[in-house]
Design a protein around this ligand. Structure first.
Ligand code: B16
Ligand code: MG
Length: 216
């Protein structure tokens, strides 16, 4: 029986892809590396350094670790500047209501995100103290498709992975959910992924999957 739901952040609760794209594009342009929205799609759910490695696949020279760190740091500064534009209105009202309804149905709700900027994003969208637990890129060593972030979220809300569902928009995130033993719910880009156990168009659809938990 499902007792807790772990939500990916970017692409599930709020869309910050355009900010990631803008910030990585500035770095790619500075370095004279080709980058487009299709390549940006490959960065969903992938950690910052792994994202940079994907962008550097098209570079005409090798970058050492120090240079890579400098580029990732600069990208993050640009990205955080763009995040300042986020506000509570960036979360769909219907999604916010669906989250509240799931809570009142008795589910524990957590975030499981690769992003080290999770605390800032949650605060900007007005959900800084909404979730029962937050597991993010600051607390893990292995990024999705490794299940570490979801396992940590499950531990923090005191459920076994078999009692948990993960809602994800990235294939790497669905793979991570499956590897961790969770029910994997695909949304957005992951709604067409064959490994997703359930496929939804919006968070409101979760209300048809997760019925009120009967009290013992
Ligand atoms: P940061 P998620 C992920 O968030 C993004 O989808 C991915 O594009 C980004 O590279 C990653 O966070 C790391 O983000 O640079 O802020 O630490 O989808 O797992 O919520
Ligand atoms: Mg995501």
């Amino acid at each position: 029986m499902i007792k807790g739901i772990v939500f990916d952040l970017d692409g599930v609760i709020v869309s910050t892809d355009r900010f990631h794209y803008e910030a990585w594009k500035a770095i790619a342009d500075q370095e004279g590396i080709y980058f487009d929205e299709k390549i940006n799609d490959r960065l969903r759910g992938v950690s910052r350094m792994a994202s940079l490695d994907i962008i550097l696949e098209r570079a005409s020279r090798q970058y050492d670790e120090e240079e890579k760190l400098a580029l990732a740091t600069k990208k993050n500064e640009i990205y955080r500047g763009l995040l300042s534009r986020l506000s509570p209105s960036d979360v769909e009202e219907a999604d916010r209501e669906a989250l509240e309804e799931l809570r009142s149905r008795g589910y524990k709700l957590a975030v499981g995100s690769s992003s080290k900027n999770t605390p800032l994003i949650l605060e900007k969208i007005g959900l800084g103290s909404f979730f029962d637990a937050v597991a993010d890129g600051n607390q893990i060593t292995h990024s999705k498709p490794n299940p570490e972030v979801f396992l940590l979220a499950a531990k923090l809300i005191d459920i076994d992975p078999s009692e948990g569902a993960v809602v994800e928009d990235a294939e790497a995130g669905i793979d991570a959910a499956k590897a961790g033993g969770f029910l994997a719910v695909g949304i957005g880009g992951a709604a067409s992924y064959y490994r997703a156990d359930r496929k939804i168009a919006s968070l409101v659809d979760l209300l048809s999957i997760f019925k009120p938990i009967e009290k013992e």
